[in-house]
Design a protein around this ligand. Structure first.
Ligand code: NAD
Length: 254
């Protein structure tokens, strides 16, 4: 079945007319790179609701078994070998054309930067898996050496500086966002003339409030997501086809 060409044409027209495009991406952006989302039909939590505990700071801090499970999960994650897909490449092309103001991502996989988006334009609002943070002293370090300790047999590696609990430098449920990242995202959304919400179920706050903020400040809204989102009724254009296909077609139509 072909993609919705009418939606592609209307999205391309909105992009051509826009001067400050702000993009928000969610886990659906990276499923075509082989990284499963959480809440889609093939999502990690859809298939194993107990897995949600690994992403909840209260369980993580309280339970060494959950931490051990989380570290094994990180070790086996497909994120380390994943590569940007056609959708990521289309967004990098949008930046090269000069209209992309800010790319806010809920993803922690670093694939937008790998595709060529400038790191200073990307706000990783939920952090990154490529670093480790100590929940005790706050020290941050690259992920690879800690993963090597897990591979060598440590179930729950402790901070080498203070003995504290280590975790990937992502924002778990129950943790606050980094205030500066939230402020940058809100400022960008409020100043956008076009807001693209891509591959996010738009149910995780405060990131999910950004489309509404943009629309309230006068931006046009495009939602591209395989499933319905709560913000579809606010959108100027909604497309449900795969992100890689839609974004490739949109960039070709510009
Ligand atoms: P989500 O799992 O809640 O929703 C993803 C949405 O994308 C679903 O509605 C799904 O139908 C849609 N989708 C999946 N593949 C698609 C495709 N190819 N084309 C179009 N739509 C597609 O994701 P979320 O709202 O981003 O929330 C989950 C949180 O978990 C995120 O905020 C993120 O922090 C984290 N997470 C990150 C990654 C990653 O970094 N790649 C992966 C899983 C979860």
């Amino acid at each position: 079945m072909g993609i919705d060409q009418d939606a592609v044409g209307r999205i391309a027209a909105l992009i051509s007319a826009a001067q400050r495009i702000v993009v928000l991406t969610g886990a659906g952006m990276s499923t075509e790179s082989g990284i499963p989302d959480f809440r889609g039909p093939q999502g990690i939590w859809t298939k194993d609701p107990d897995a949600e505990k690994m992403a909840d700071i209260r369980y993580y801090l309280a339970d060494a078994d959950i931490r051990g499970r989380a570290w094994r999960h990180r070790l086996e994650s497909g994120m380390w070998s994943a590569e940007p897909n056609a959708g990521h490449r289309a967004l990098a092309e949008l930046e090269r054309r000069g209209d992309l103001h800010t790319l806010i991502t809920q993803n922690v996989d670093g694939l937008h930067q790998a595709a060529g988006n400038a790191p200073e334009r990307v706000v990783e609002i939920h952090g990154t898996v490529h670093e480790v943070k100590c929940m005790g002293c706050g020290a941050r370090s690259p992920m690879a050496p800690t993963l090597a300790r897990v591979e060598a047999g440590e179930d729950d590696p402790a901070c080498e500086a203070c003995g504290g609990i280590l975790k990937s430098a992502t924002i778990s449920f129950g943790e606050n966002l980094v205030p500066e990242d939230l402020r940058r995202s809100q400022d960008a959304a409020a100043s956008a003339d076009l807001f693209l919400a891509l591959g996010s179920s738009l149910t995780v706050y405060p990131a999910a409030a950004l489309p509404e903020l943009a629309v309230g400040a006068g931006a046009a809204l495009v939602v591209i997501n395989a499933e319905h989102t709560p913000f579809d009724p606010l959108a100027d254009v909604v497309a449900r086809d795969s992100l890689g296909d839609v974004l490739t077609a949109v960039v070709q139509a510009l």
